[in-house]
Design a protein around this ligand. Structure first.
Ligand SMILES: [Zn+2]
Length: 83
């Protein structure tokens, strides 16, 4: 910590805000999975509302999702960094 990352700008030019959101999906058997509090960047400009998830976060989400599908994690987890 200590280094403040440069604000990432949306392609509309607005600096993006950091938010957390829950990601949910269902598999073909109807099991519902949720990863809570996933860090996401979001543009607040009216009419834009772009969302952006960094590649590091996407990798962590896919690692967690794999473990949830295998049953080594519960179907609802808090986001955590694995990568
Ligand atoms: Zn935007």
């Amino acid at each position: 910590m200590g280094i403040v990352a440069e604000k990432i700008r949306c392609r509309c030019g607005t600096p993006m805000q950091e938010i957390v959101k829950d990601i949910s999906w269902s598999d073909s058997n109807g099991n519902k999975y949720t990863i809570r509090n996933v860090p996401t960047l979001c543009c607040n400009k009216i009419g834009c509302y772009e969302e952006y998830t960094s590649s590091g976060v996407q990798i962590n989400v896919s690692i967690l999702a794999d473990e949830m599908r295998k049953g080594t994690l519960p179907r609802t987890v808090e986001y955590e960094e694995r990568f």
